[in-house]
Design a protein around this ligand. Structure first.
Ligand SMILES: [Zn+2]
Length: 484
């Protein structure tokens, strides 16, 4: 069921976004069985881990709470389009009239923007596969005009995978995207297994071949000005979260569909499981967007803003300044010749930005973004001589355990350090695990240390997923031992 609401102003953007994969999938971590047997935990047992631990499940839900409704079904299988998932999205979809003939269709995980013109409808993004029918239903509740044009703001699954339902319904829109988007789709097809693993998604749901995706019918390079129904819409590309990102600006209505350039919190610019992000160009895009004079904001994640040019401009400039500062500090560290771990550890937000709610580190940290900048401008070496051509990890771990007097000693010390220094505790329990993963005391310590770490309020969404994944591996070994 769809509700039409006119919401004037949301200063408190509760959250949002995730980029593909992002936190969104945390609750389904559970379902995040890895493609690699050496690495994986079975979905059923993993899910048991969270079900048996309400406190941990709550921490996970905290990370997966976006501005809109949440769908566990969709998050656990974001490439899927089961009847159950479609129904869940339809039930949770809400329509916000942001300006005249301008709507934000808010679904679990992601929004799409709809502009009505005299010549037909312009749709910005399409959601994930299960969202297509909800988008269609929403559109038809608002207008009987034909779908004139669809724009993909970038090629992520929650933005560019929902078009099939529109085509199946007989719509024949032009589909426009940046020229890098088809290359992205091709890469997704080549890296299907890897993508499934790092997104924590069931591999069989990912597209197998070109026919499984709806490709753009038209692409452009930097900027494209469309005239639809006598009105101009500007598509402007900048690299940011992706290399195919664009925003859509409708100057006559002063409405801006900001894609993932603005997410309402410190954005997905430093995700350790994703390919290169571009914080420098992202900052440029935000400064440019701040100059447009937008009165209405239609973000792809989180709440819209209506009738408040000052707030929109301020939010853009704050984020731009934060990203620029992280980049500048990181490059300065590289040029001073610091070791890279010294560089990212030294990077902080300037005082006047540190407590801004729209810059909070719920999804990734400032240090994570610095790591992404380092990765862009340097090679793979981490500046530590032994790690240029290291001994196998397990051999290192076993030698350390031997020196410590056994893996149990490492595990015991890790447990002692939980309250004192959770980072050190994590290192020790990792060494214990890679030395003796079948040792019951080691398994117990892994569960304790990473549970404590996952529950800490300063563990952001992306790192929390990694900690729970390691807990799942330890739990899996425990259960295997019980079966033997
Ligand atoms: Zn997104």
């Amino acid at each position: 069921m769809l509700f039409r609401t006119r919401l004037l102003l949301f200063t408190a953007v509760l959250a949002g976004a995730l980029l593909l994969g992002v936190a969104v999938r945390t609750p389904s971590l559970a379902g995040a069985s890895s493609a690699s047997p050496a690495d994986g935990a079975s979905p059923a047992r993993s899910s048991a881990l969270l079900h048996a631990d309400p406190e941990l499940a709550a921490a996970v839900a905290r990370g997966g709470a976006f501005g809109g409704a949440f769908s566990r079904i969709v998050a656990g299988d974001i490439f899927g389009s089961s009847a159950e998932a479609v129904r869940d999205v339809q039930q949770k979809t809400r329509i916000v009239e942001v300006a005249p003939r301008t709507w934000l269709i808010r679904m679990p995980i992601v929004n799409v923007a709809l502009f009505e013109t005299d010549a037909g409808l312009l749709l910005v993004d399409t959601g994930m596969p299960a969202a297509g029918p909800a988008v269609l239903q929403a559109i038809r509740s608002l207008s009987d005009k034909p779908l004139h044009t669809v724009i993909y703001t970038h090629g992520h699954v929650d933005h560019a995978y929902g078009a099939q339902a529109l085509l199946d319904a007989g719509e024949q829109p032009e589909i426009i995207a940046h020229e890098n988007l088809p290359r992205r789709f091709d890469r997704y097809l080549r890296l299907r297994g890897s993508l499934a693993r790092y997104m924590g998604q069931p591999p069989e749901s990912l597209p197998r071949e070109r026919a499984d995706m709806v490709w753009p019918t038209r692409t452009f390079k930097d900027r494209l000005e469309l005239q639809i129904g006598g009105e101009m819409f500007v598509l402007q590309h900048h690299r940011g979260e992706t290399d195919d990102q664009l925003y859509v600006w409708a100057p006559a209505r002063r409405a801006l569909a900001s894609a993932d350039f603005y997410q309402g919190f410190l954005p997905n610019a430093g995700n350790g499981k994703r390919v290169q992000r571009y914080p420098e160009e992202w900052a440029v895009a935000l400064r440019e967007m701040a100059q447009l004079g937008a009165l209405h904001l239609l973000p792809a994640h989180g709440a819209s803003i209506s009738d408040d040019a000052g707030l929109i401009r301020r939010n853009f400039l704050l984020l731009s300044e934060a990203l620029q500062s992280i980049v500048d500090q990181t490059l300065a560290g590289l040029n001073r010749g610091l070791r890279r771990d010294q560089i990212y550890r030294s990077v902080t937000l300037p005082e006047h930005l540190a407590r801004e709610p729209t810059l909070r580190e719920q999804y990734v940290s400032v240090q994570d973004i610095s790591k992404m900048v380092i990765r862009r401008y340097t090679g793979w070496w981490d500046d530590i001589p032994s790690r240029w051509s290291p001994a196998p990890l397990e051999a290192q771990a076993r030698e350390l355990a031997r020196l410590a007097g056994g893996a149990e000693r490492l595990a015991a010390r890790a447990r002692m350090l939980i309250t004192e220094d959770i980072r050190l505790a994590s290192h020790l329990v990792d060494w214990a695990w890679y030395a003796e993963p079948d040792n019951p005391e080691v398994q117990a310590a892994v569960l304790l240390v990473y549970r404590a770490r996952a529950l800490r309020p300063d563990s952001n969404t992306m790192e929390l997923v990694a900690y729970i994944k390691q807990m799942q591996r330890a739990r899996e070994r425990q259960l295997e031992a019980q079966r033997d």
